[in-house]
Design a protein around this ligand. Structure first.
Ligand SMILES: [Ca+2]
Length: 219
C-alpha cells in the first residue's frame, strides 16, 4: 500500500527536464503530420504522468540535504474546521515560521508554535518522517483545536473541529518498506488555549503512544 517509490518524489529539476526534453524531441517535420504529433504528445503526456510530483509541498531531498525538524507556515483567521486551512491558502499568503523540532506542546494561552499570535492561527506543517521498520505504525494527537495528519498523501488521523484538549482516535499506517515518507499536518487554534502533541507507537513497541521524537522528523 505504501510503496517507497511513491514516497520519494523525484526532484522538480528532473520533472522539468522531462518536460523540456519531451517538448523539444518532437521533430518539426513531424509537426506537420498530425498523427505523429499526437503520438508524440501522448508519449510526452505519459512521461509527465510517470514523473510529475503528486502535488505535495515538499521536494524530495537527499539525506545530506534534509534538515532537522518540520517546516511550518502560518495564516491568521478565526476558523472552526481544519478543512478551512486549504481553502484560505487559495487567497492569503502562508507566512513561513521557524522550523519545529517536534510537536509536543501544551501551549496554554501563549503564541501558537512559532507564529506571531495566540488566537486565530492556522499552521501548515510539512516535512518527512522516518519509518524504519515494516509493520503497523499507530498515530494520534492530543490537540486543541483541530488537526489532520497526512503521510504519503493519505489521511491517517484527524480531529478536525474546535475543542478543548482531547485525544484523537488512533490512526494506523501499514509500512511495507522502511524509509522517509512525506508528511503534512494541518492544525489550527481558534481561541483561548492551545495544545499540540503528535504521538505514535512503532511496530513491535508495547504500551501507550508517546511523542514522536525529533530524530525521525526532517524537512
Ligand atoms: Ca483553543
Amino acid at each position: 500500500m505504501f510503496d517507497r517509490t511513491r514516497a520519494i518524489a523525484p526532484p522538480l529539476t528532473n520533472a522539468g527536464s522531462v518536460l523540456t526534453i519531451s517538448a523539444t524531441q518532437i521533430p518539426w517535420s513531424n509537426m506537420r503530420n498530425m498523427k505523429s504529433f499526437w503520438a508524440c504528445a501522448l508519449l510526452a503526456g505519459s512521461g509527465l504522468l510517470t514523473w510529475a510530483p503528486s502535488g505535495r509541498a515538499q521536494v524530495a531531498t537527499t539525506d545530506a540535504e534534509r534538515k532537522p525538524g518540520l517546516a511550518v507556515c502560518y495564516m491568521y483567521r478565526l476558523i472552526r474546521h481544519v478543512d478551512e486551512i486549504a481553502t484560505w491558502q487559495k487567497s492569503i499568503k502562508c507566512e513561513p515560521g521557524a522550523p519545529l523540532a517536534k510537536l509536543d506542546f501544551d501551549g496554554g494561552s501563549g503564541k501558537v508554535l512559532t507564529s506571531n499570535a495566540a488566537d486565530g492561527v492556522m499552521a501548515r506543517i510539512t516535512g518527512f518522517i522516518h519509518l524504519d521498520k515494516a509493520g503497523a505504525y499507530k498515530f494520534a494527537f492530543e490537540s486543541n483545536d483541530g488537526v489532520r495528519l497526512r503521510i504519503d498523501d493519505k489521511m491517517i488521523v484527524e480531529d478536525p473541529g474546535v475543542h478543548d484538549d482531547q485525544f484523537s482516535d488512533v490512526g494506523t499506517m501499514e509500512v511495507a518498506k522502511p524509509g522517509w515518507y512525506p508528511l503534512s499536518i494541518d492544525f489550527f487554534e481558534r481561541r483561548i488555549t492551545w495544545t499540540l502533541r503528535f504521538l505514535w507507537r512503532p511496530p513491535g513497541v508495547e504500551g501507550d503512544l508517546s511523542p514522536v521524537p525529533a530524530g525521525v522528523l526532517a524537512h
